[in-house]
Each structure stands twice: as structure tokens, then as C-alpha cells.
Design a binder for this molecule. Structure first.
Ligand code: HEC
Ligand code: HEC
Length: 223
């Protein structure tokens, strides 16, 4: 009898949650979940020592110095802004950015809680910048320079340093092939965390703009 009552109550509870779930997702709750998680991570302690431990698992792909690979398969993450690193890890976790490897990193046991994200991001953000190891063939670099100053520098900075407070990534010295892939992913809607404005900005790009701007930005890191 008691068990029966419990089941009925539990069932009502589930039904209530389902109704609530439908109501909140219709009002955009789902979209704000990553933002809530981001706020929680921002309030967490930034335990660099724990971050160094957690980073062992990241180093398997990103390298012990966080340099990634020059062929562009794995991005450089050393010295990226703390806020940007946190945002990306959360976005992979909540399907605002797609990559099977990073989705499993962000969802799995490697980063079990908000404090783990804060810890690893604080460790990675204070790693020194690494030398440039992947650039393009130079054919459209001068053109890319002009495009960059006109269309990109206002947010990413003339020197490509990004902006921590507005979570604009540092892109200077990032690998050419990786940059090129992100730009194509953005215009082909394979990277949902790119804002519609950002995607629009890249829509008119042809081969010379894509390769030129990626090559210019990759070389920025050498200065
Ligand atoms: C199995 C290999 C692998 C492991 C392990 C891994 N990463 Fe990654 N990571 C990648 C790849 C590949 C990408 C690029 C994915 C894409 O194109 O979106 C990436 C992308 C990222 C990015 C986005 C970089 C940018 O410029 O936007 C961050 C941040 C990141 N990883 C952090 C981490 C952290 C922190 C860990 C450890 C907790 C980790 N990764 C573990 C392979 C890995
Ligand atoms: C209005 C501000 C703004 C402008 C202008 C802008 N960006 Fe961005 N860019 C951003 C923000 C914000 C992000 C981070 C998106 C995210 O992942 O949430 C970003 C992300 C990127 C990334 C991905 C970096 C990574 O580590 O994965 C690349 C590459 C990029 N922008 C290139 C460009 C280029 C090239 C231009 C000029 C044609 C440009 N951006 C103009 C704000 C801007």
C-alpha cells in the first residue's frame, strides 16, 4: 500500500517534471543552460595544481606544452584566455560545438565537475605561448592582412590577442589548417557556437579570403 502510494506520487512527480520541462524548453531554458554552467565555473576556485594533474589527459592530444599539432588536427590551447577555454569546454559538453573527441572529454570522467573545468582552464591559460608551427603557403597572406584589419581586428585585436572579457578567442599563432577548418565549419553551420553575425561576416569569403586570412593570423603569432 505504501509502496503503491509512493509509486503514484513518484509518477505524478515525473509527469510534473515533464510538463515543466516542456514549458521551460519552449521559453528558451535549454539555450541558457550552458550560460548557467559558465557562471558556475566562473565562481569556482581556480586550482592550478589540480589543473596540472587534469591536464595530463589533455596532453595526450594537445601535447605537454599545449601546442597542438602543426598539421592543424589538434589546436594550440596554451595561453588561451581562461574565459574562452571554459566557454569552449562547456560548448562541447552541451552540443554547441561538435567534435566526438572533445565531446567525450567534456562529458566524461576527465572533467567531472565545474571546479575541474576551472582548474584545467586556469592551468592551460597560464602556459607560455608556443612558437608558430603551422602556416599556409603565403600566396594570399597580404590580401588576408587587409581583410583581417578591415573585418576582424575590431574584435580579435590588431595583434590577434582576442579579448578575455568578451570571450573573443586569441587566434594569433593558431595553426593554419585548424583556422581554415573552423572558418569553413562556421559558414557550413558545423559550429553552432559561432554567432549568426559572425557567420554572416564570413559568408562572402572566397578561396583567397579563407586561405589568406588564416595564413595571416597563423603568422601573427611569430611576432
Ligand atoms: C583525444 C584527443 C583530445 C583530448 C584527450 C583532448 N582534446 Fe581538446 N581538442 C582535440 C581536438 C581534435 C580539438 C579540435 C576539435 C574541433 O575541431 O572542434 C580540440 C579542441 C579543444 C579546444 C578548443 C580550442 C579552440 O581553439 O577553440 C579546447 C579548449 C580543448 N580542446 C581543451 C582540452 C582540454 C582542457 C582537454 C583535457 C581535459 C582536452 N582538450 C583533451 C583533441 C583532444
Ligand atoms: C563581432 C566580433 C567578432 C568579429 C568582427 C570577428 N570575430 Fe571571430 N570570433 C568572435 C567570437 C566571440 C568568437 C568565439 C565564438 C565561440 O566559439 O563562441 C570568434 C571565433 C573565431 C574563430 C575560432 C577560433 C578558435 O579558437 O576556434 C576564428 C578562426 C575566428 N573567429 C576568425 C575570425 C575572422 C577571420 C574574422 C574576420 C573575418 C573574425 N573572426 C571576426 C568574435 C568576432
Amino acid at each position: 500500500m505504501i509502496a503503491m502510494q509512493f509509486r503514484t506520487r513518484a509518477f505524478k512527480g515525473v509527469a510534473y517534471l515533464l510538463v515543466l520541462g516542456a514549458a521551460v524548453s519552449a521559453s528558451g531554458y535549454a539555450a541558457s543552460l550552458p550560460q548557467q554552467k559558465y557562471a558556475t565555473v566562473m565562481k569556482s576556485p581556480r586550482d592550478v595544481a589540480r589543473g596540472q594533474q587534469l591536464f595530463q589527459a589533455c596532453a595526450v592530444c594537445h601535447g605537454p606544452s599545449g601546442a597542438g599539432s602543426g598539421d592543424g588536427l589538434v589546436p594550440a590551447i596554451a595561453a588561451q584566455h581562461f574565459q574562452v577555454l571554459v566557454r569552449q569546454l562547456i560548448d562541447y559538453r552541451y552540443s554547441k560545438r561538435w567534435d566526438p573527441r572533445m565531446e567525450s572529454v567534456a562529458r566524461g570522467h576527465m572533467l567531472p565537475d565545474a571546479a575541474a573545468i576551472a582548474a584545467v582552464a586556469s592551468y592551460v591559460s597560464q602556459l607560455p605561448r608556443q612558437p608558430v608551427i603551422g602556416v599556409g603557403d603565403g600566396e594570399f597572406t597580404a590580401h588576408g592582412h587587409r581583410v583581417y584589419e578591415r573585418m576582424c581586428a575590431s574584435c580579435h585585436g590588431v595583434d590577434g590577442q582576442g579579448n578575455a572579457s568578451t570571450t573573443v578567442p586569441r587566434i594569433a599563432g593558431q595553426h593554419y589548417a585548424y583556422l581554415l577548418r573552423q572558418l569553413h565549419d562556421a559558414v557550413d553551420n558545423r559550429r553552432p557556437n559561432f554567432s549568426p553575425e559572425h557567420v554572416r561576416l564570413l559568408k562572402g569569403f572566397q578561396y583567397a579570403e579563407f586561405t589568406g586570412v588564416a595564413d595571416y593570423v597563423a603568422r601573427l603569432g611569430a611576432q
